[in-house]
Design a protein around this ligand. Structure first.
Ligand code: SF4
Length: 459
């Protein structure tokens, strides 16, 4: 695919701060008054739906050192004992949650994220996996995945993951250029990435994925083209190409990034457009905002069949609408409720030591939230808004439900971002670059034209 030309003038007008819509409503809307009893009720509501499918996420926050560009919820430590103490609390959380669920629920999808999940040693990894298998009925044919940092990975470690039952693995690469790696505080020789990637293939993981980042210091079209070429040569099944959000006022570690070396917004956009062109030219389909999958991958197929979903773990082909998260900062999405755990390690642990669930905020979705959530998610994943989706959800005609919002979207047709077809709104290739802007018009909580310092810009 050779994507369409995007003018500087369009970028200037639409490069606005806005949510990435991993949830709707977005986290800043959620209430700190949502407490432990609300979470217990959400778990009971889920348990009352006997056929509901469940995904679980485990947050493992530990890293050996902090990368300058990091925007994750990470905790630096060198000590195994700190990890052991954390796993004690995750075990306690598993006990509390499953005692409310009542039965050993089936889990169709599991993901370990971080931090660095492969910071855990073998005994810790086996312990955590064993705990989850003890408390849940883990469907071994479902997606069982984790993120790894190749800098501390080894073939022996990956053998343990495979033997336990992980069938998908994501390797963080970010960029292969030595100067970029130096500038972001993450030295990862290309040869290391290549050899660990080869081990993953030899071990037969069903899906081996890579993550890269654009918008980093010293990235140029020349260096990023080289990174993309190396990635294409490796041939991951899926690839995430994340935008670097430089927010040093929120993430103090980013103050170590030399701002003068960052690409301008125009240059950054060009890097992403180059990624889209090169990857689609190499046999990948562009998925959602910033993911790519080989054309024969299940995820690419799901997009073609308009059935891609999105949850806090990312894009997924699983239709499971319920997710329970364990660990600090984890976000659960359960039976019409969002629940977030405490993101401070000490507080997360103390609350569990007191025998309570470590909830800090949450949100009960109203009927209006549920409709908008469905619409925004479908738009972000499948690049269309079929009117019958809204009618099926509400039993009402589209103009009665989202008439004002559709009118606000009209001017985007003139910009070339979408088409108003008789049965649906269809996002164009140009509109894909501005999908967040389109979704913002459907967001009932965003005040128009206000500053949104919590959110990164579209580009
Ligand atoms: S390894 Fe990942 S999570 Fe850990 S500090 Fe670096 S970017 Fe952050």
């Amino acid at each position: 695919m050779n994507t369409t030309t995007v003018s500087r003038e369009l970028l200037d007008r639409y490069n606005k701060p806005g949510p990435r819509y991993t949830s709707y409503p977005t986290v800043p809307v959620w209430s700190a008054n949502f407490g432990e009893e609300d979470y217990r009720q959400a778990l009971r509501d889920f348990a009352a739906q006997p056929d509901a499918k469940l995904s679980i996420y485990v947050h493992l926050p530990f890293c050996a050192e902090r990368c300058h560009y990091c925007g994750c919820n990470a905790t630096v430590t060198k000590k195994d004992s700190v990890v052991d103490a954390y796993l004690d609390r995750v075990e306690r959380e598993l006990q509390l949650v499953t005692s409310i669920l009542g039965i050993r629920q089936q889990v169709v999808q599991m993901h370990w994220g971080g931090g660095t999940p492969n910071f855990l040693n073998t005994a810790q990894t086996e312990r955590l996996f064993g705990l989850i298998a003890q408390f849940f009925d883990l469907d071994r044919t479902g997606e069982i995945s984790l993120e790894v940092d190749p800098r501390i990975g080894s073939r022996q470690q990956f053998e343990v993951f495979k033997a336990l039952g992980f069938n998908r693995i994501s390797l963080g690469v970010q960029d292969i250029d030595p100067q970029v790696q130096q500038a972001i505080g993450r030295i990862q020789p290309e040869i290391l990435t290549r050899s660990l990637y080869a081990h993953c293939r030899e071990l037969g993981f069903e899906s081996v994925n890579l993550d890269i980042v654009y918008g980093l210091p010293y990235q140029s079209e020349r260096t990023f083209e080289r990174t993309l070429q190396a990635i294409i040569e490796l041939g991951p099944d899926r690839l995430a190409c994340f935008s670097y959000a430089h927010v040093p006022w929120v993430k103090a570690n980013q103050k170590r990034i030399d701002e003068t070396a960052l690409p301008s917004p125009y240059e950054k956009f060009d890097l992403f457009q180059m990624a889209v062109d090169m990857l689609t030219g190499a046999g990948y389909d562009w998925i959602g905002m910033d993911h790519f999958a080989k054309r024969n991958d299940e995820m690419a197929l799901a997009v073609r069949e308009k059935r891609l979903h999105r949850n806090f773990m990312g894009y997924t082909t699983q239709s499971s609408p319920h997710m329970i998260a364990f660990g600090m900062s984890g976000i659960s999405d359960l039976a019409g409720h969002f629940v977030q755990n405490n993101a401070r390690l000490g507080d997360y642990q103390k609350t569990l030591d007191a025998g309570r669930l470590p909830v800090v905020r949450g949100h009960h979705l109203s009927n209006d939230d549920k409709v908008r959530r469905k619409v925004i998610t479908h738009l972000m994943c499948n690049l269309e808004l079929p009117y019958n989706l809204i009618e099926a959800e509400t039993g009402r005609r589209v103009p009665e439900v989202l008439g004002a919002e559709l009118e606000r979207l009209r001017p985007f047709e003139a910009e070339g971002f979408l088409l108003f077809e008789p049965e649906r709104l269809q996002v164009t290739t140009l509109g894909r670059f501005f999908i967040r802007n389109l979704c913002m018009e459907l967001d009932a909580y965003l005040e128009p034209n206000t500053d949104r310092p919590l959110f990164s810009k579209t580009i």
